[in-house]
Design a protein around this ligand. Structure first.
Ligand SMILES: CC(C)(COP(=O)(O)OP(=O)(O)OC[C@H]1O[C@@H](n2cnc3c(N)ncnc32)[C@H](O)[C@@H]1OP(=O)(O)O)[C@@H](O)C(=O)NCCC(=O)NCCS
Length: 171
């Protein structure tokens, strides 16, 4: 069962989201630092919460947040969209602008492999007015790219940034 949050509700739980972020991305093999998790909660999320179409979904267990996913309406003039336009203008012409951009999907390590990632993915995309969506994820074989491919995402660009591939999905 997921909950859907708008910008101010999401910022109100930023500290808890930070802890889930650090559990997922601080795990061995991901190796992000506590400082990066802090930056997620104090800079990245507040910036993205101002973007049009911001939507965050989360799951809880006994009241505690176990996983979350969020995105917003992507457009040129944003760093990530401009990066796509720079690296692959022909892909940007078709995909960038008015798309839904999935920015993060994270499940705390203790709650993984129970279907929450798939549930969060589906809840985030459910009912969106957008007709296409974009995301970037790991190049190597791991749970996130496997999940996205199962969910019908297509590889558009093997290396958008070092170690990050670009995927697209028609909604
Ligand atoms: C990617 C991520 C969000 C997936 O979360 P999750 O809740 O474990 O996702 P799911 O449970 O839906 O699926 C994960 C795996 O568990 C399996 N699984 C799901 N339910 C299961 C169950 N009841 N019993 C056994 N396995 C199960 C799935 O088949 C899948 O297997 P696979 O990795 O071999 O393809 C999580 O691994 C994570 O947070 N990773 C670190 C951060 C990250 O990579 N985020 C994405 C960045 S783009």
């Amino acid at each position: 069962m997921t909950e859907t949050l708008g910008p101010s509700e999401a910022l109100a739980v930023a500290d808890e989201l930070r802890d889930v972020y650090f559990s997922a991305f601080g795990a061995p093999g991901y190796d992000e630092t506590p400082e990066k998790a802090d930056q997620f909660a104090t800079e990245q999320l507040p910036l993205h919460a101002t973007r049009p179409g911001f939507k965050l979904v989360l799951t809880r267990s006994a009241g505690a947040i176990t996983g979350f996913a969020y995105g917003f309406t992507g457009d040129r003039g944003q760093w990530w969209s401009d990066r796509i336009a720079e690296v692959a203008p022909e892909i940007a012409d078709v995909w960038v602008g008015g798309h839904f951009e999935i920015v993060e999907l994270a499940v705390a390590t203790s709650a993984q492999r129970q279907g929450l990632g798939a549930e969060l993915h589906d809840a985030l995309l459910a009912g969106l007015p957008h007709n296409k969506a974009l995301l970037s994820t790991y190049v190597d074989d791991r749970p996130a790219p496997r999940l996205y491919r199962r969910k019908g995402w297509h590889l558009l660009l093997p290396e958008l940034t070092p170690n990050a591939a670009l995927y697209g999905k028609q909604l």
